[in-house]
Design a protein around this ligand. Sequence first.
Ligand SMILES: *[C@@H]1O[C@H](CO)[C@@H](O)[C@H](O)[C@H]1NC(C)=O
Ligand SMILES: *[C@@H]1O[C@H](CO)[C@@H](O)[C@H](O)[C@H]1NC(C)=O
Ligand SMILES: *[C@@H]1O[C@H](CO)[C@@H](O)[C@H](O)[C@H]1NC(C)=O
Ligand SMILES: *[C@@H]1O[C@H](CO)[C@@H](O)[C@H](O)[C@H]1NC(C)=O
Ligand SMILES: *[C@@H]1O[C@H](CO)[C@@H](O)[C@H](O)[C@H]1NC(C)=O
Ligand SMILES: *[C@@H]1O[C@H](CO)[C@@H](O)[C@H](O)[C@H]1NC(C)=O
Length: 614
Amino acid sequence: MICLVLLVLFSQLCVSQVTPSICPFNLNRVRLTNSRWTENQDRTVAYLKFIDVERLLYNFRANHGVSTMGAAALGGWDAPNFPFRTHMQGHFLTAWSYCYASLGDTVCRDRALYFVAELAKCQASNGYLSGFPESDFDLVEARRLTNGNVPYYAIHKTMAGLLDVWQFFNDSTARDILLKLAGWVESRTSKLNSSQMQAMLGTEFGGMNDVLADIYHQNGDKRWLSLAQRFDHASAFDPLASNIDRLDGLHANTQVPKWIGAVKTYTGTGSSKYLNIARNAWNFTVNAHSYAIGGNSQAEHFRAPNKISTYLNKDTAEGCNTYNMLKLTREIWMTDSSVGNSTHHFDFYERALINHMLGWQNPQDKHGHITYFTSLNPGGRRGVGPAWGGGTWSTDHNSFWCCQGTGIETNTKLMDSIYFTRDEPSSKVLYVNLFTPSVLSWVEQGVTVAQTTGFPVEDTTTLSINSTRGDSAGNWTLRVRIPAWTSSEASVRVNGEKVAVAAIPSTYLSLQRDWKNGDRVTVRLPMHLWTVPSNDNPSVAAVAYGPVVLAGNYGDTTLTAVPKLALDTVRRAAGGKIEFTGTADSKSVKLQPFYDAQGYNYNVYWATSGRLPA
Ligand SMILES: *[C@@H]1O[C@H](CO)[C@@H](O)[C@H](O)[C@H]1NC(C)=O
Ligand SMILES: *[C@@H]1O[C@H](CO)[C@@H](O)[C@H](O)[C@H]1NC(C)=O
Ligand SMILES: *[C@@H]1O[C@H](CO)[C@@H](O)[C@H](O)[C@H]1NC(C)=O
Ligand SMILES: *[C@@H]1O[C@H](CO)[C@@H](O)[C@H](O)[C@H]1NC(C)=O
Ligand SMILES: *[C@@H]1O[C@H](CO)[C@@H](O)[C@H](O)[C@H]1NC(C)=O
Ligand SMILES: *[C@@H]1O[C@H](CO)[C@@H](O)[C@H](O)[C@H]1NC(C)=O
């Protein structure tokens, strides 16, 4: 089945080789409405419009002998001598594209198109395009890794950004630059035999397989799919293909993009080996290597499986890894028809999005800066610590860490996984995966669906269905995720009347009707307190309320050990907010959503005793 998703200017094949598939909506079809989510989005958009484009061009121009127009170089990871320089610019191209697609913002559009036109001038002499010399590739190919360089990591970001500008603006300059650069990658790697290529893949290369497979999905040219497969990293893929967890000690953010590329290669080739690699990697990471907030890794690395309670450190949960895990989750879910009605993928997505990504950004900062790690040590605090290692906030001009790049993408695509659609033999299906205030324009069906909710502070969401074609809004199936964390009290009403459909936790409720203009579907997902035990020590656990992981508010008090929380003392505070009190180490402590644990020392994992009140 081919499902067409209309892009801003032209259509895109959803998934080519694999049936049946679930399709996303283009970003320009879903608009967030005012909420905690748009506050994050607004801050990031302000930064996208603030950053000096001439300064961002500095390293490209300097490297390619083009005038730098008197602009000053930037600092941090974009400093002219930093080995990863010019990785950030690709993230900006992507975020500007998302900003234009989702908001129609012409400043973002103009920046993206200007940037690409300037990159074309840099690339004019040959296919190569980056902020560092080609000799960096000689070093990586010869395994002479003297300066920590990861040149394909940066090239991947540039390519992914160009692909987005091509897709979202139908910009032929972006397409031409991208295909020339891909051609350069092809000719460069064609000179390596397979053992040389595999050795080179030992150096972090981002999602080269992902973006090359995406180019194939974009223009149908098999050449790029074959080139994507040249980046199949055997030592990473082989154990996963056999469902063996050898992640211990691997640099986490080096791995996850390869798995996303594996899904794209699966959808291109139809070879189930790739899907198994991605599914097994997802399962290991989520179940054996992730914290309650959905993040993984300590000091950027995977540790031994099922050791969460022994790694409650300052440098846990690198932001990029979760950004990439969300992408992977979405890709696997869309691709694998057998998971379309099990909620564990989007239960994880929601957990990581609310508890890691939402609070990753500094709400006090008008440019929405982020931290590299999210500390899970007792008494952790966002935005403090030695340099990036302890979690300081990024800055306007002197950070440009990997996570700053994935952060600006995260906060400009908060709408991308709320709704999906699927053609089933009996009807079209609309999936509602996330409870985020938004309006979907389902143009093909002639309806808009407005979702209004105070979720996760409230447990109810309302979907209002408006027809653009008169009284009838068509005959189709609505499928809403009923999360694992809710109870058998979950319910659904249409226009205020209870309807007899099953709303069972961990499944999708499914409602096919002749929809009428103005129909209102109200879904209630009762929340309760529950513990999220660490996977190695059931008594060390986080406490959650519905989808929200709670954190103890310790003000400026420092903690040296995991506090002991008496679960039976936890009580909800008055006032309708998500706020509880409990007794830990014989003192009263306030428990609040971890995503809002800003400006104070917090605690997420507890040594628990007793049981939570029913
Ligand atoms: C996209 O651009 C190409 C030229 O590069 C043009 O032929 C095509 O019609 C455009 N598509 C749309 C939908 O505008
Ligand atoms: C690849 O090339 C290297 C360097 O020329 C050579 O030592 C090696 O034997 C070759 N390996 C294969 C599998 O051809
Ligand atoms: C998923 O990973 C867990 C944790 O490592 C493991 O116990 C389980 O067998 C895996 N499930 C599948 C289906 O491979
Ligand atoms: C998934 O949904 C389809 C269509 O509603 C149904 O036929 C199938 O039994 C479901 N599978 C599972 C495992 O629930
Ligand atoms: C849906 O229709 C109602 C009544 O006509 C209108 O008030 C509302 O603004 C519409 N909502 C959307 C999202 O179009
Ligand atoms: C709409 O779908 C329902 C459920 O399958 C079915 O009973 C009904 O006949 C359909 N209505 C039309 C007009 O097709």
